[in-house]
Design a protein around this ligand. Structure first.
Ligand SMILES: [Zn+2]
Length: 377
């Protein structure tokens, strides 16, 4: 993953599987726990402070160390990052509440455990660096790791995120910064611009009538997952069979997530190379929000386009893309039943494939946005 930041630097990450010793695994567990504890404490204090004073404020990790001495046992960098993460969660929430939602408390059983630590360059050397066999971290020492690729010359290690899946595997994601030459922006034309609409059945529909079809194996594994879930529902919770079933379910779930990620990366690469600009309507929280597959797809597409000087144009959620006829502009009244796969425009009699029609409207609205920005610039 990479994103454009400013003009002359880009970021990329290397993901690796970690093989901690038993002792290092214990330290990781402690760190996950401390980060979760700190997050919840800071969030509770923010809420209390806000309700009492009406101002937003998050205390720093140092404040909690006296009352919770166990926080001193883990890498203090991870705690600082937890503070940064929560601040960032509030920043995006204040900016776009309808898109990001209010920061939530973390529970041990939900989601993955993770912590992040920044690298610091001291005269004696950096705090985090790769060795031949693994990665050297503060407190943990050298953790054995298998890297799919190594950093290139000139890449600077910025931070590392260590995470553990529900199936008990440890991974790390290492963020690198590297210099790049500025890329001249590509001005989009209608012919070289693609409009995309999120589709339930096809993943996406494009304005040119193309429907994405996620590979059949993805669907097949999803059916397997549903079958496994049904079998689990019939078992006695806590029994040995049940526990084995849960583990099987988690492994398959992880496998599907990997397959989907792979598909998203390949498909976004293909589109980013083929088009000069892409217009999308990012789903809101009521539609699953940015965490959906399509939301991830848009994020991937955004940075892959940006690396080539191209733009991902986001159309506002208030734009009525689904219920407007693309040919004549007729707007179906709000509340009208336009959720069918096909509908006929009562005004100009055009038969629309609903999602393709929406993609055309998204493209048109996106191009209008680009044009008005060019005029005002
Ligand atoms: Zn019409």
């Amino acid at each position: 993953m990479a994103e454009t930041h400013g003009r002359n630097t880009q970021y990329t990450t290397i993901k690796a599987r970690l093989y901690p010793t038993a002792e290092q695994a214990v330290l990781f567990e402690k760190t996950f726990g401390c980060c979760r504890y700190l997050w919840n404490q800071m969030l509770a204090d923010e809420q209390r402070f806000y309700s009492e004073t009406g101002t937003h404020y998050i205390p720093t990790p140092a404040k909690y160390k006296a009352g919770a001495p166990f926080l001193k046992e883990v890498d203090s960098q991870a705690l600082i990052q937890e503070h940064n993460r929560l601040s960032q969660a509030f920043r995006v929430f204040f900016r776009q509440p309808e898109r990001f939602g209010y920061p939530k408390f973390k529970r041990k059983k939900e989601g993955r455990s993770s912590f992040t630590a920044c690298n610091h360059e001291f005269p004696s050397g950096p705090t985090i660096y790769l060795t031949k066999e693994g990665i050297r971290m503060t407190k943990a020492g050298v953790v054995k790791a298998v890297f799919p690729r190594r950093p290139r010359n000139g890449w600077v290690l910025r931070r590392i995120t260590v995470s553990k899946t529900l199936t008990g595997k440890y991974h790390c994601s290492i963020l690198y910064e590297y210099p790049v030459k500025p890329i001249p922006p590509v001005a989009p034309t209608p012919q070289r611009t693609l409009g995309l609409c999120r589709s339930a059945a096809h993943f996406y529909a494009a304005d040119n009538g193309c429907l994405a079809d996620p590979p059949r194996w993805l669907e097949a594994s999803q059916e397997k997952l549903a079958a496994l879930q049904r079998r689990l529902a019939r078992m006695v919770p806590g029994s040995r069979n049940y526990q084995e079933g849960v583990q099987k379910y988690r492994l398959l779930h992880e496998h599907i997530a990997n397959q989907r990620r792979d598909y998203i990366h390949k498909e976004s690469r293909r589109i980013a190379n083929a088009w000069d600009a892409v217009c999308v309507r990012v789903p809101g929280p009521s539609e699953g929000g940015v965490g959906t597959g399509f939301g991830q797809f848009c994020t991937c597409l955004g940075y892959k386009l940006a690396r080539q000087g191209k733009a991902l144009v986001e159309v506002g959620q208030s734009t009525p893309t689904s219920r407007q006829c693309h040919s004549c502009g007729y707007l179906l009244p709000e509340g009208a039943d336009y959720r069918h796969a096909r509908w006929r425009c009562p005004c100009c009699d055009t038969l629309h494939q609903r999602e393709v029609n929406a993609a055309r409207n998204i493209k048109q609205a996106g191009l209008r946005q680009v044009l008005s920005r060019q005029k005002s610039a």
